[in-house]
Design a binder for this molecule. Structure first.
Ligand code: ZN
Length: 147
């Protein structure tokens, strides 16, 4: 992950920039794991590139983590256990830990995709159930910060 730029950080956040995702194979050897660099504690998120007309090198499953694959570009096939199906930009596949998964890029362009890994059944509340509306709007917050 040589070209990861840490943009800004404080006790409540870490912001990074991976550069152009279409250049990920050059800038990050085709795979960027974000947990450590962003100090995430509940997910491992990775951005990956699968070169044109290439299979992932192995099928795999997980011990306790489910994964959600989000395909940003490319076209190909995704397989879980004995079922294979088409994927392309916009495809999203959630796989249970024990699902044996693999994928192939059948297109002549690189496939760029995100994988979000998190502990199965760990999410107790989400979206607005977990959100806390603060009594500040963005402009007021910026003014407060610049004081
Ligand atoms: Zn995995």
């Amino acid at each position: 992950m040589s070209n990861v730029n840490k943009v800004v950080e404080n006790k409540n956040f870490t912001a990074i920039n991976l550069g152009k995702l279409t250049l990920l194979s050059e800038t990050s050897n085709g795979k960027a794991f974000l947990k450590e660099i962003t100090k995430a504690t509940g997910t491992e998120i990775s951005l990956s590139v699968l070169p044109a007309n290439t299979d992932l090198p192995f099928f795999h499953s997980h011990k306790q983590n489910e994964e959600t694959y989000i395909i940003l570009s490319g076209e190909g096939k995704f397989q879980v256990d004995d079922l294979s199906f088409d994927i392309c930009e916009g495809s999203i596949v959630r796989v249970a830990p024990e699902g044996i998964r693999g994928m192939t890029n059948t297109s002549n362009d690189q496939m760029i995709y995100i994988v979000i890994q998190s502990k199965e059944n760990s999410l107790e509340q989400y979206s607005m159930e977990d959100g806390v509306i603060q009594d500040l709007n963005a402009k007021e917050l910026l003014n407060k910060l610049s004081e």
